[in-house]
Ligand binder design. Structure first.
Ligand code: HEM
Length: 204
């Protein structure tokens, strides 16, 4: 570890994150093509409706493994909530005020924990299980209707929250993105955004 840099992610965490992100984008593009008539042209990019469906299903399998692999990286930590995490949630990390002070946060802040648990784990489980229902369950109308309803509801949560995740981890907080590309962040960034974690690492 260099004097000025802090290791934020492992090579494995970065690799899995980008597998998750790329598979998510392919699933969105193909999924939107099935969902809306006006966006059907998207499926021609993937070689037509039939091939787009195969690509969607098998990318779904990749997405499933990638979500499962994130459990080892983030689940334990996301389930541990401290009183500072509650304070962070009560003032929304200070994002909505110029004067609010951000309560000291560990390696993940409370917003990241909630995003991980609610969107990636919970909605991830719903979209994955319903996807397999649509793909493999006996094609009775009841199962299909339930599968499509759950798949579409979870999809709405993903497409509305992932852009927020991208904005917060890039433009809104400069210095964050390099943690998912090079794996390191600066000491100043660590103290500014995750002061509790900085203390644990012995950074003053
Ligand atoms: C392609 C666009 C994306 C970009 C630019 C992006 C960027 C990032 C960055 C920079 C981090 C590190 C944040 C930090 O160190 O504090 C991160 C973490 C993470 N990302 Fe993404 N991401 C993208 C897509 C996704 C998607 C589609 C998912 C899930 C479906 C996802 C799930 C996660 C998770 C679980 C973490 C770690 C925990 C957390 O921050 O909640 N990302 N992302």
């Amino acid at each position: 570890m260099s004097e000025y840099l802090v290791q934020r992610t492992t090579t494995w965490e970065r690799f899995n994150h980008w597998v998750l992100a790329v598979s998510f984008i392919i699933l969105c593009l193909t999924g939107l093509g099935f969902l809306f008539h006006s966006l059907n042209w998207l499926n021609t990019i993937f070689g037509g409706n039939h091939l787009a469906k195969e690509i969607h299903r098998w990318t779904g399998v990749v997405f499933t493994f990638s979500v499962l692999f994130t459990l080892g990286s983030y689940l334990g930590e996301s389930l541990r909530f401290s009183k500072e995490d509650t304070q962070w949630l009560l003032n929304l990390g200070g994002y909505l005020s110029k004067t609010a002070v951000e309560p000291p946060q560990g390696r993940l802040n409370a917003g990241q924990k909630v995003y991980y648990l609610v969107v990636v784990v919970l909605c991830g489980a719903v979209i994955i299980i319903s996807g397999f229902i649509i793909w493999l369950a006996p094609s009775t109308a009841g199962w299909l209707r339930l599968g499509h309803l759950l798949h579409n509801l979870a999809f709405v949560v993903f497409v509305t929250t992932v852009p927020l995740h991208i904005y917060l981890s890039t433009a809104a907080n400069p210095g964050t993105f390099r943690g998912m590309t090079r794996g390191t962040v600066t000491k100043t960034w660590t103290k500014r955004h995750h002061s509790k974690w900085a203390k644990e690492l012995g950074i003053d």
